[in-house]
Write a protein that binds this ligand. Structure first.
Ligand code: AHG
Ligand code: MN
Ligand code: MN
Length: 344
């Protein structure tokens, strides 16, 4: 831009210039995603004024009650991204099956997965929510993609990002060359680069976990949290602070800004229901892990690197432990020690 500010479009075009085989498809796809996020941001901002709050009266494939804005945001994402010919198909947390591009439209070489509204339990109480997305290459038959085409490890992601609808609307993206943050200038309708090269501080004194599940946690998680709570009198020798927003986007954004650790581990309550975790691998865990790793952090299930998991199902859930490297390493080490103790 002439005033010396860089828009997200300009940023992506400049980044793609260095890629010999880039056709402009990716830049254009990202532009459509950005537009969708601006539309959702506008609705979130207007809230009750435009009648978008409250329950939709339906359930998604995971048996969760849908909010009106879950359904509307999902629709906005589909409509913004189905027409331009960059995508072979889409998959969303809110839809049981993959979404085929309508026959009228051309098909492209990318696959898009998304959580249209993350943290939607916060929407009616006017607390931050977000959108999470991930772009994969369609490696099979791009004219007739199937669910299996989506089942790629997180390491295969071409791009991941989120929009945070908070006091200001931000977009944070990675294409595997670091993490950059953009703030929406509402007056001109453009995302402006405000947070170049975001990196997570290694040392932290802040943790985020839903402590109401405490009695169901596994021993390594109990140990870690207990040591944090003991503060300067315990083995960590320093006091910790705790946060829980119940919007993964907002938690990850805080961690990118000032460090910390976020945990949604597997627990006995989930195991009893046959669940492998709470958060979804394709729509939440993988994109956020890509961003966190690109910012110098770490992301595991407590046992394995999330990005290396081979997905077996579109709606697969996984335990998530991510954030500042030293803390995630510690929790992962506690899991490993526990495994050795169990085996002995
Ligand atoms: P979603 O609104 O897309 O279903 O995701 C909510 C997720 C995540 O963003 C958040 O960290 C977590 O669920 C909150 O779970 P609890 O309500 O169990 O705390
Ligand atoms: Mn979510
Ligand atoms: Mn959601």
């Amino acid at each position: 831009m002439q005033d010396g500010r860089t828009t997200i479009t300009q940023f992506i075009i400049e980044e793609q210039r260095h890629i010999a085989e880039a056709t402009g498809d990716f830049t254009s796809l990202l532009n459509d995603i950005v537009t969708a996020c601006k539309v959702i941001s506008n609705m979130v901002n207007h809230g009750a004024l435009v009648g978008v709050l409250g329950a939709a009266g339906s359930e998604n494939v995971q048996g969760e009650d849908q909010k009106k804005l879950d359904v509307i945001s999902n629709d906005v994402f589909l409509k913004s991204n189905e027409w331009a010919g960059h995508l072979a198909a889409m998959a969303s947390e809110e839809m049981e099956d993959i979404y085929h591009i309508p026959d009228l439209n051309p098909r492209g070489k990318y696959l898009l997965t998304f959580d249209p509204l993350d943290g939607s339990s916060n929407i009616d109480v006017n607390v931050s929510v977000g959108t999470i997305f991930s772009i994969l290459r369609c490696k099979g038959d791009c004219e007739n993609p199937t669910k299996e085409d989506f089942l790629q490890a997180g390491t295969e992601q071409v791009c991941a990002g989120y929009a945070l609808y908070g006091p200001s609307t931000m977009m944070v993206i990675t294409t595997g060359k670091g993490v950059n943050g953009f703030t929406l200038d509402q007056n001109i309708g453009e995302f402006i680069l405000t947070h170049p090269d975001m990196t997570i501080p290694e040392e932290t004194q802040e943790f985020a976990i839903n402590a109401s599940n405490g009695r169901f946690w596994e021993a390594p998680v109990k140990r870690y949290v207990d040591e944090c709570l003991q503060g300067s009198e315990g083995p960590r020798g320093k006091d910790f602070n705790m946060r829980w927003i119940a919007s993964m986007v907002a938690e990850v954004h805080r961690i990118l800004t000032r460090g910390g650790i976020f945990m949604y581990p597997i627990d006995d309550k989930m195991k009893a229901k046959g669940l492998q975790g709470k958060l979804r691998l394709m729509y939440e865990a993988n994109p956020m892990s890509f961003i966190i790793e690109q910012a110098g952090g770490m992301s595991t299930t407590g046992r394995e690197r999330i990005m290396e998991l081979q997905p077996s199902d579109l709606h697969q859930r996984v335990p998530v432990i991510l954030g500042s490297k030293t803390e995630v390493e510690r929790v992962t080490a506690y899991h490993n020690e526990n495994k050795e103790a169990d085996a002995a």
